[in-house]
Design a protein around this ligand. Structure first.
Ligand code: SF4
Length: 181
């Protein structure tokens, strides 16, 4: 469980960021499923193109083990309004703001001396062209993998956290996760 003083310090920092909802949970509350990985494989164009996506992130079991090395987790959402949520290009363009906020939240944890693993709603797009698979990741300490790519069932995570999975028509809801120890 996170120390009260550290939680307060992080929440003070959060009050200055456009976070919609957040919750503090134990890392053991994460639920993983091979079915999520199947969806990545069959439906996501990022599959097999990045160190932040499967299979580059490892098997679901390896991802579960990695998350299990952290004591607790912080889950949060940000939202972005689009003119047409069915327009994937427009929807995906809004992810950069969320990635930026995820990095800022991770920095709040780091400032409190905590080691973190951050996961976000989409895979890392830091480099114009990912080094995968020919070279190692250029920024392994700061790249942010995709939550679903880890095999995490996000609707169940939202339910456990008491966080809305959707926030209305033409509103994109992005999830972020900071595992800490
Ligand atoms: S930091 Fe660059 S090399 Fe590493 S996962 Fe992200 S895009 Fe790929």
């Amino acid at each position: 469980m996170i120390k009260r003083a550290i939680q307060q310090r992080i929440e003070e920092g959060l009050s200055e960021l456009p976070v919609v909802q957040y919750a503090w949970l134990e890392s053991s509350e994460l639920i993983f499923s091979e079915r999520v990985r199947d969806i990545c494989r069959k439906e996501c164009p990022r599959y097999g193109t990045s160190w932040a996506c499967p299979p580059g992130v490892g098997t679901v079991e390896q991802c579960r083990e990695k998350c299990g090395q952290y004591e607790g987790m912080f889950v949060f959402t940000t939202i972005a309004e689009v003119s047409d949520i069915e327009n994937m290009e427009e929807t995906l363009r809004t992810r950069h703001g969320h990635e930026h906020i995820t990095g800022q939240i991770r920095a709040l944890f780091a400032d409190c001396g905590l080691d973190t693993l951050a996961l976000s709603g989409d895979s890392c797009a830091r480099c114009e062209k990912c080094a995968y698979p020919d070279g190692a990741c250029r920024y392994p300490d700061s790249m942010i993998p995709c939550i679903e790519g880890y095999g995490i069932v996000v609707p169940l995570l939202a339910e456990k956290a008491g966080i809305e999975f959707e926030n209305g028509r033409n509103i994109v809801t992005w999830f972020g996760l900071i595992l800490w120890r």
